[in-house]
Each structure stands twice: as C-alpha cells, then as structure tokens.
Design a protein around this ligand. Sequence first.
Ligand code: C5P
Length: 399
Amino acid sequence: MAGVAKQNILLGVTGGISAYKSVELARLLLKAGASVRVVMTEAAGRFVSPLTFQAVTGNPVRTALFDEKHEAAMGHIELARWADRMLIAPASADFMARMAQGVANDLLSTVYLACPSPVAIAPAMNTNMWQHPAVQHNLSVLEGRGVRVLGPASGEQACGDKGFGRMLEPMEILATLKKELQSMPFASKKVLVTAGPTHEAIDPVRFIGNRSSGKMGYALARAFQEKGADVLLVSGPVSLASPPGVERIEVQTALQMYEAVFENIHAVDIFAGCAAVADYRPEHASEQKIKKSADKMDITLVRNPDILAEVAALEDGPFTLGFAAETEKLIENARAKLQAKQLDMLAANRVGEGMGFERDENSLRVIWSAGEEQLPVQDKQLLAEALVDLLANRYQANE
Ligand code: C5P
C-alpha cells in the first residue's frame, strides 16, 4: 500500500531551466511503479517540448485549459480527481505566487485549485529571487496550507550565481516522496470519522445529549489526514475548528448523523465511530418552549439507530473502529461490545471521576479479536496518532 508504486502522480512542470530535469523525474517515477501524467505551463514549453514528456510517459501532455479534444477525454476536473498527489517540479516564483493567490489562469493552476490530494512543490529559481520577501511570503502561505516544499538546494546555478534556488535532483525528489509515502499508510484511503455529541431536542431550547467535547474525534480526523487519508468528519455540535484538509459535515441529531454517514459510506475504507451518539431521543419534540407549570414531567424516549453497528453490518463495508466509554469492567464490557457490534477494532476508556470527557489527555485500551494493547495516558493528539498507527497494522493485516 505504501510507496510510490500504484500512485497516480500529476507532474506539473512550470517555466525554468530545470524543467529538463523533470523529464528524468517523470522517468524515475514511472520506473518506481507510479502512473504519471504531465501538465505543463506555457512557459515550461519554452524550455522542454511537451513531446519529450509524452514520449517518456506514454500519455498525452496537457498544456492548455481550453482544449476541446482533451476536455472531452480527461478535463481539468478529471485530472484533479485522478491525481493521488500533485508534484510541481520545477515550481517557478511566478507559479508559487499564483498558487498562493489562488489565481486560476491556466490549466496547471486550475488543476491545482481543483485537486483535493496532497501537493508538493520543488522550487527552482535564481537565488536572489528565492530570497526575495515576496517569494518567502508566498512560500510561508503555501506551507501554512499544507503544501509540501522539497528543497531548493544550494549550489551553482544556470545563471552563474551561487546559493539556494537550485531544484533538488530528480533522485532526491523521488527519495523524499518515497519516504513520505511510506509514513502515509492511508494514502488514497477514504476515512469517515464521527465526532462530538448529538443533541436531541425536547423543545426549541432544551435537548438531551451526552457529555463530549469532540476532541478525540477531531484529533483522530487530523491523525488520519496526516497519514495520507482523505477524511470526512461528521460532527455533532462542538466548538472546535476543522483540522486542515479535513472535510466536515455538521449535524445536530443522531438521525442527521445517521443520514450524513449513510449518504457517504459507500466510498469509505475505514469508519471510526468516535461520536457520543445519544442512544435515545424524545419521541415528540415540542414546537414551543415547555413551561414549568407541572411538578412532574414525563418525556417518552425512543431508540436512535446504532450508526456504528449498522455500518459494521454492511456487506463489503469498511474497516470499523468503535469507542467504548465505560465506568466499570472496562475490558469485559469492551470485549462484549466488539463482539456484539462485530467491529474490527475497539478503543475503550474509563470515564467518570475526572477521566475522559472534556479533557486534553486520555488513555485507551485498544482491542481486536485476537489481541489488545494499552496506550498510556497522553495528550489526545498523540493518543490519536498512536491509535491510527495501531489501526494501520490491523488494517494492513486484514487486507
Ligand atoms: O453501545 P455504545 O453506545 O457504548 O457504543 C459506543 C460506540 O458506538 C461508539 O463508537 C459510538 O460512536 C457508536 N454509536 C453509534 N451510534 C449510536 C450509539 C453509539 O455509532 N446510536
């Protein structure tokens, strides 16, 4: 699963003398087992002919945004969807500026905006250009948005100047990419995480809900995303920002969460049910605020669907990870839940007496049918990363 092999790599080539090195880069990527498609800017075509890339990759090379023939075959949106990752090498100062500003005035810049997959750039330019505050500013904007920056290297440049600005050698770019992909066990995998509580309305101002800050689910979504997954977060009401690069659907109730999950579950490889879903909802929610006139009040509750159990029961469904918050008999209850819901993995934690909810730290006992592991008390982000690593092992073993 890891590595460059079987990856769809969209190689973007922009205008710079080192564009000639990208021909070798395309060849190396292909040799490593990747599928490569090349999109060139007009300026790149002045340094290397599109025909050269076409001959090396065996695929047509795209240069123009408005190309009737190609838009019918693989248009800019299809190209963006096709790519498991984009690699822009060389990335010129001009192209970095257009990326930073979101300018979509040619095919490559348009594909970049439309591409949800990870993007890496290998900058190449004169050393004074590289050091210019404008370029450095664009660089930090791009890095802040999660663009991976490879290089540049220092050394003698085509123009005779010395210093930083040379594009990394194709072998170095390939090695960096390979290393990165090896630590990306979920590259091209789609993960759906539910997080937070659900609020079940009693009337327009009151609800029944579970105590949950959503911190663990959000940490998990971030950890999956950082390991290469395409993550959809279905979140109950919480006051947390979405992790960068994670798509979020916001819901209030268990039924809405159920709907959002089942609308998207068909394409999902891994489902992590981290939400504290309310097991019951009031049978009827009052349309008006209920007045406190009576001494006693009865609310009839009806069961909500068990989202996780229904996902786990799907034929050819995703790998399932469930959570169990228990106040007693942690392992016993967790094993029973793993069995009853037919889960692939379950993470259990003790709650109550200052443990679990609304805290930044937690510990987990992770169990699966033939084993278990204790993850010690630590910051929830680190805990989520350790859990995702464990899950990667089980997931790979299952595959
Ligand atoms: O059975 P219990 O509620 O303890 O199970 C907890 C696990 O099941 C969690 O992973 C939670 O996200 C999931 N769950 C669910 N839908 C429910 C109740 C729980 O997905 N209605």
